[in-house]
Design a protein around this ligand. Sequence first.
Ligand code: HGY
Ligand code: MN
Ligand code: MN
Length: 413
Amino acid sequence: MTLGETAQSRLSEIAGCSQAGEGVTRLPFTPEHKAALEHILSWMRAAGLDVHMDNAGTMVGRLEGPKGSKTLLIGSHQDSVPSGGRYDGIMGIVLGCLAIEKLQNECITLPLSVEVLAFADEEGVRFPTALLGPRTCAGTFDASALDLADNDGVTLGCALEDFGGDPTRLDQLARAPSDVLGYLEAHIEQGPVLEGQGAPLGVVTGICGIERNLLRFTGTTGHAGTVPMADRQDALVAASRFIAAVSDKANETNAIRATVGSISVHPNAVNAIPNVVNFPLEVRSISDEARLGFTDQMRKLGDQIARDRNLSFEMEQTYSQPAVTCDQGLSNALSAAVESAGHRLITLPSGATHDASAMSDLCPIAMLFVRCKNGLSHHPDEYANAADMNAAIDAIAGFLVSLTPDELAYGDN
Ligand code: HGY
Ligand code: MN
Ligand code: MN
C-alpha cells in the first residue's frame, strides 16, 4: 500500500466523523470534532510525534530536532463546511503526518524540529469568526471573538472550554517568530487549474484577500395590487439591478471574484412591495488594490441605483483580510522538491483563503496544492486521487530534507 493509498484510506475513515447527511459536516468543538481528534492522534503517533491538544483546540504533534534548531510548522484545519468534501483542510494534516512517517521509516533525521498542527476552525461556519488556531499561534487573536455565538447561542469561549480548551490562556499560545522557520500547508486546490494542466501538484504564489460588506436597500412597502408601477420604491428590484451589475462588472476582469451568497427580504409577502432588502457582498482578489477599487465602485453603483429610484442605500464592512504572498525562499525549496519528485512545476495563486493566511503574521509561509477532480470543493463530490497525494507526500518529505541547517540556526532572523 503506498502512502498515498494510506492517506486515501485515512481520509475515508475520518470522513465518518460527520453529522448525518450528504458529504462531510464537521464543525469545531462538536462531538464530530472530538471523534476526529482520535484519528488525528493516531496519525501523529504513527509518525512518531509527541502529541497534545492546546488551549485553542489545536492538536499539536511535535518531532524534536537538534537542540536549539528552529521549527518548521505544517498544518491545516480539521473542520469542514456543511455537506463539504473529504479533503478540504484535513488532507493537509494527513499528508504532513505521512511525510514525517516516510522520513522516519527511511531513518532520515531532520536538521530541525517539525510540528503538525490540526487547527479546529478555519471555515468560520459555526461562529461568525475564523482562524482561531493560527491566530493564537501568531498572537493576533482578538479575544472579543470569544463572545461570538453560534445559532444556538453558545459562545465560542463556552464551546472551547467545554471541549477541553482554556479561553483564558490563549495569549500564552503565541509562538516566538525566532523559533519558527516557516509554515507549510498542503491543500486540495479547490479549483480547475492543475487538472487543466494535467499536473498533480502546484506551488502557491499567494493567497487572495477578502472583503465582506453587508448591504441594505430601503424603499417603501405597499399593496402589490394598487400601487402603480411608476410610483414604487421597490427595494428588491433595486437590489436585483445591483446584484446583476456586480456580476457583470466582476466578469469584466479576471482579478475579481464577487459573490452575493444570501439575501433577506421584508416584508417577504407575495402581495406586498418589498421595502427592506439585506444581503452580503463578498469580494476577493490576489490584488488588494483591485479589491478595494472594485468595492468602492460597487458602493458608488449602489448609491446611484438608490438615488435613481428614491430609495436609501447602506454598505457596512463586516470582514476584511488582506492578500498574502508566499515566501520566495520556502517556495523555491518546495518547487525544487516537486521537481525532484519527478513532477512538472506549476505555480498558481489561491482564490480560497487558508490557515496560512493567518500564519503569515507569524512566519514565512508556503503552500502546496494537490489536483482536485473537476475543480469541485465545498461539495460532497470533492476528490483527490491516491497517486497525487503520494506525489505530495514525496514533495513534502523532500522539502523537509532540503532545509539546510544554516537556515535553521536559532534566532538568525
Ligand atoms: O472561504 C474560503 O476561501 C475558505 O474555504 N474558508
Ligand atoms: Mn474550505
Ligand atoms: Mn480549506
